[in-house]
Design a binder for this molecule. Structure first.
Ligand code: ATP
Length: 330
């Protein structure tokens, strides 16, 4: 089985290498096809996201991606946004669950954030109206709204989840979120066996701070989803732990929630768990369910024992010690 591997920038090469080692130790016969994207790639090849990288993902359909840095400012469109749009990876999926041994305010958090990945304010449509005034367009289409809500319900059905919460700001964004809300209600009617509820995004933030355990599957537009998924990562112990998937009808790209962490890059201090758990989602996606479950439980046992943990988890270990511990628990 071929899987494209994009090491990315900063800690990306470190966490993806650790992930490859664990996957190999679990005996999964994956041939990694290395492709490049990000700031380091731009320096070497003059392109943040070379067409060859997109071609490889189109060819092999599945990729594991390290964090890629997009230089801030004019002239660069975010690599992540481009990748999602070019490959129509319309659903971002982030499972968020309390992990053993991680001290957090709430136990028993177990929710999935589903985010529309191609439209909203991230459509990349910005222009200067006159000097000092800039407009960014927030695009919502019936088609994209329907398909992301349907995706969330299908996911809920597959995973045996009881409830889908649609999050919006339709009281203010009357037309755009109004359209999204109507689409959500229509799709929900096709899934009468799954509870459907609606929340305003500001209310949702308050409720997540008070008691995140009351939520199951959350679905929302792009910008809200970006913010809420990081908030939810914080609820269960931070960016170093939470995996992510970007899924379309043809291709899927799996990546950790965190960025390139330039402050610790190259020092061997990065926590590889978020990347590794993204690979677990990938293995599940390609039908390697047993290996996926083995790796996930090795991670959980490692966290439970609390040996070899990296600094972000309160330990004094390194990428190496944590990876070795996970492999020992396989
Ligand atoms: P980028 O510009 O690529 O988003 P950033 O530094 O703004 O990078 P993150 O990379 O997400 O954002 O990092 C935020 C903080 O979390 C940093 O202090 C970083 O060191 C820490 N961090 C992120 N990921 C990890 C990880 N896997 N292991 C340890 N610490 C991490």
């Amino acid at each position: 089985m071929h899987v494209v591997l994009i090491p990315g920038d900063g800690i990306g090469p470190e966490v993806t290498a650790a992930t490859q080692r664990v996957v190999a130790a679990a005996g999964v016969p994956i041939s990694w096809v290395v492709a490049h994207a990000g700031a380091a790639c731009a320096e070497r090849f003059g392109d943040l996201l070379p067409p060859e990288t997109l071609d490889l993902i189109r060819r092999y359909r599945v990729a594991l991606k390290g964090p890629c840095t997009t230089p801030v400012g004019e002239g660069f469109r975010s690599i992540n946004v481009r990748l999602r749009q070019e490959l129509d990876l319309y659903a971002s999926v982030r499972p968020v669950r309390t992990l053993p041994g991680i001290q957090v305010p709430f136990q028993d958090v177990d929710l999935i954030v589903v985010r529309e990945n191609t439209e909203g304010l991230y459509s990349g449509l910005e222009h200067v109206v006159v000097a000092g005034v800039v407009e960014s367009l927030r695009v919502v289409t019936q088609r994209a709204a329907e398909r992301i809500v349907r995706f969330a319900f299908e996911l809920a059905r597959r995973e045996g989840r009881a409830k889908v919460t649609f999050c919006h700001k339709a009281d203010v964004l009357r037309l755009s979120d109004g359209l999204f809300l109507q689409a959500a209600r229509q799709v929900a009617a096709d899934f009468p066996f799954i509870e459907f509820e609606e929340r305003r995004i500001d209310n949702l933030c308050m409720e997540l701070a008070l008691d995140p355990t009351r939520f199951d599957v959350l679905v929302m537009e792009n910008l809200f989803g970006d913010v809420i998924s990081d908030l939810c990562a914080g609820l269960v112990g931070g960016l170093g732990l939470v995996p992510g998937a970007n899924i379309g009808s043809r291709y899927a790209v799996f990546e950790a929630v965190h960025g390139s962490a330039p402050d610790i890059a190259g020092k061997g201090l990065a926590n590889p768990i978020a990347c590794l758990r993204s690979a677990v989602l990938l293995l599940d996606h390609i039908g390697q369910r047993t290996a996926a479950a083995r790796i996930e439980s090795a991670v959980l046992r490692t966290l439970q024992r609390g040996v070899g943990l990296t600094r972000d988890l309160g330990g004094d270990g390194t990428t190496e010690t944590l990876t070795a511990e996970i492999i020992r628990h396989l």
